[in-house]
Design a binder for this molecule. Structure first.
Ligand code: HPA
Length: 245
């Protein structure tokens, strides 16, 4: 079973024929919303809006463990995630679409593991390659099939939010090797790996990060979000193609 986790700008999938909604409780609490079962391109998938239906849950308050555990309980083996980002690399302006291959985690205070020594014994998973290569390839093939150009690599910096970064913080992330920045990439990817779920993310770039491009002194987030809608139309086409693979 394939699940799609939608982020900012993708709280609903218009091309999903919804068949049922399921409230799920997990030992870690409730997911961001009832799981939405439906069909896209003739295939059954589960959709989950990471920030809840009305986008009411900020990145640092998302119950990532409940989200991933709820999908796992429904037999999900593959998660195609969408995570909106700011572009750090000069090539990654608004409207670009990136399939990252690496992550650096700058978040703090989030519940990052199922193996906390309380619910489950301590365990150290391998995370050398944080994303599933096969699923990354599927994202790429789907994009090409619908005529969308994607950048097929990138280093995702996961920041705590909900505030945007300072220009100096973005400089630091760049020195660390990050090319895009977002607030939700972690611990989601690591939790999926802990449960053996294949996981890969596609990242629509909503804006240049702080201090980059035209954002030398300020980022107007409302403008960012309105621009994002256009990119999300393209992302929805890619998703409709991805589920056929
Ligand atoms: N920073 C962090 N997260 C984001 C940004 C950003 O500039 N844009 C969209 N998500």
């Amino acid at each position: 079973m394939l699940a799609i986790i939608g982020g900012t700008g993708l709280t609903q999938l218009d091309n999903l024929n919804i068949t049922r909604r399921l409230i799920v409780r997990t030992p870690y609490g409730e997911p961001s919303q009832p799981l939405i079962f439906g069909e896209i391109s003739g295939r059954e998938v589960i959709f989950l809006a990471r920030h809840g239906n009305g986008h009411t849950i900020p990145p640092h308050e998302v119950n990532y463990r409940a989200n991933i555990a709820a999908l796992h309980l429904q037999g999900v083996t593959e998660i195609a995630a969408i995570a909106t980002v700011g572009g750090i690399h000069p090539d990654l302006s608004a409207g670009k679409i990136v399939i990252p291959h690496q992550i650096i985690d700058y978040t703090y205070g989030r519940k990052t593991t199922f193996h906390d020594g309380i619910s489950n014994p301590v365990k150290h998973i391998d995370f050398t390659e944080p994303y599933c290569q096969t699923l990354r390839e599927k994202w790429k093939r789907a994009a090409i099939a619908v005529g969308e150009e994607v950048v097929d690599h990138g280093v995702y910096a996961a920041t705590q939010g909900p505030r945007l970064e300072t220009a100096a913080e973005i400089n630091r992330l760049e020195r660390d090797g990050a090319t895009v920045v977002g607030m939700t990439g972690m611990p989601e990817a690591a939790l999926a790996r802990e449960l053996g779920i294949s996981y890969a993310t596609i990242c629509p770039v909503a804006n240049y990060a702080a201090g980059r491009g035209d954002n030398l002194h300020e980022i107007k987030y409302e403008e960012v979000i309105s621009n994002l809608n256009l990119t999300m139309v393209r992302v929805r086409n890619i998703i409709a193609q991805l589920v056929k693979q």
